[in-house]
Design a protein around this ligand. Sequence first.
Ligand code: NAD
Ligand code: DAU
Length: 352
Amino acid sequence: MILVTGGAGFIGGNFVLDWLKVPGNEGVINLDKLTYAGNLTTLASLKDDSRHIFVHGDIGDKALVSKLLHEHQPRAIVNFAAESHVDRSIHGPAEFVATNIVGTFNLLECARDYWNGLDDSAKKAFRFHHVSTDEVYGSLSATDPAFTETNSYEPNSPYSASKAASDHLVRAWFHTYGFPVVTTNCSNNYGPYHFPEKLVPLVILNALNGKPLPIYGDGQQIRDWLYVGDHCAAIREVLSKGELGETYNIGGWNEKANIDVVKTICTILDELKPRADGKAYVDQITYVKDRPGHDRRYAIDASKVERELGWRPVETFDTGIRKTVQWYLDNPVWIEGVVSGSYRDWLSKQYN
Ligand code: NAD
Ligand code: DAU
């Protein structure tokens, strides 16, 4: 077995679904707290699959995590569980400290205790894979080179600071205790099952619902976009071949300004689902107040993971974003399940 945390969220959910499609892969114990971002509908196709064991719980619950580890004896842990939305971290950072820092600490401690008790060969094979973000490196100017693994950490938001702290804990557990870790720092993901608080799914759903498409500030902030299936493939490579104690940057080689991402989505929707009034979706674009402390540019240099482990993204932005828009058009039931009262409360808190 492997233990996946946060496997009912966007990337974790995609990872579990993809993992179980790979012939020969072990089963998955999926530990998830089911916060507003966790969604069991994402995992509905695994309902009758005995290789998937879902456990509702918190990575910070040491008794539960220890019990799961001793009962199922996983050969790896992949830690996706986190509070992940920058805007929410600005409104309320406490949950980010609780899960991303204290939760990761508790998970590390339980895992280390379990690992210490393994026999030599199981000990050698064991991996703790920590899934992190490019945001820990801070913000780039237009002319700075892309982030490499040796960039210093300069997090600017409560979210990125909490992820940076978790990365430091993971690193220290390797250096101090010899605990077998690998860390990946990835750029912005997009794709199926993405909770519509984030830019790409928010714009798709707002466009279809005739609502404004909110662009923070001047819309010229740059992100490096990666299709989620490519991120999941990279994690599988790093988990199986990554050097212990190393970090790997994962990115799509796809730097785009936010306004261009939004215009691309509008153009695809104009083609796949034209507005009833014959107008263009770009007419719904609305510039709104900027995010406080908004990082200007992220860019990932993903050459280390390509050179050392042979991973490169398969999707271009054009192919990935088209698939994504089509997925949202084809999955109204999933959408219906996530746009609940609490989602509407968030929209009014953030955008009104
Ligand atoms: P998400 O918010 O969609 O999902 C997070 C999942 O973690 C949810 O299912 C939630 O219920 C669960 N969770 C939260 N707190 C928990 C806790 N205390 N115990 C157990 N489960 C808990 O996030 P995501 O976008 O899928 O991101 C997954 C990971 O990847 C995060 O660590 C994030 O920092 C990292 N990451 C995300 C991106 C991105 O673009 N989304 C890019 C790089 C890295
Ligand atoms: O870089 C990796 C990170 O990408 C992950 O670590 C985070 O978990 C993930 O949420 C994402 O963070 P961002 O803040 O970059 O993603 P978000 O979708 O919230 O915003 C993308 C860009 O779009 C950002 O510059 C802010 C802008 N934006 C966002 C929203 C929600 C808008 O202009 N309008 C919006 O309504």
